[in-house]
Design a protein. Structure first.
Length: 150
């Protein structure tokens, strides 16, 4: 099998597996493509998006998936304050799933909570824990900042 054919099959497997997990958990899927599944949570007048993307392969050729929720756009002229950045790094050491990171998307920098998992061995409980944790952490930060952008 050629690499291109495997990548195409893996992309289809990725989207179907993630949508299947979301449906089993009654989570709304708002976007589905070969490389992105976006789910959205609504609760108490707030919403939070979680983007699940196909990252690539690990050293054993297993599919790696990013489960990520944005908290804010990092404006270049007003960078994340040093004390805030250090606090987020400290929080990383106690987070059960995910970590704070800066992610580039469409020419913008975003502060996100991101978890990575091996799709080939991902089960429903691990998927649920990951998406709920990254969504809750990003929403907690947004609430602290007086926002609900994502």
């Amino acid at each position: 099998m050629t690499l291109k054919k495997r990548e195409s099959q893996d992309a289809a497997f990725f989207a179907d597996a993630i949508v299947g997990f979301a449906e089993e958990l009654n989570i709304k899927v708002v976007t589905k493509s070969k490389s992105l599944v976006r789910i959205r949570f609504h609760s108490r007048g707030r919403s939070q998006d979680v983007d699940i993307t196909l990252m690539g392969y690990d050293y054993k050729k297993r599919l790696i998936v990013s489960i990520c929720s944005p908290a804010m756009v990092v404006v270049q002229k007003r960078e994340l304050a040093l004390q805030s950045a250090l606090q987020l790094l400290r929080e990383n050491s106690s987070m059960m799933h995910g970590a704070w990171a800066i992610q580039e998307r469409a020419g913008k920098s975003y502060l996100v909570v991101q978890d990575t998992v091996i799709l080939d061995t991902l089960d429903l409980d691990e998927f649920e824990a990951s998406v709920l944790t990254v969504a809750a952490e990003a929403d907690r930060f947004e609430r602290k900042m007086g926002r609900d952008s994502y």
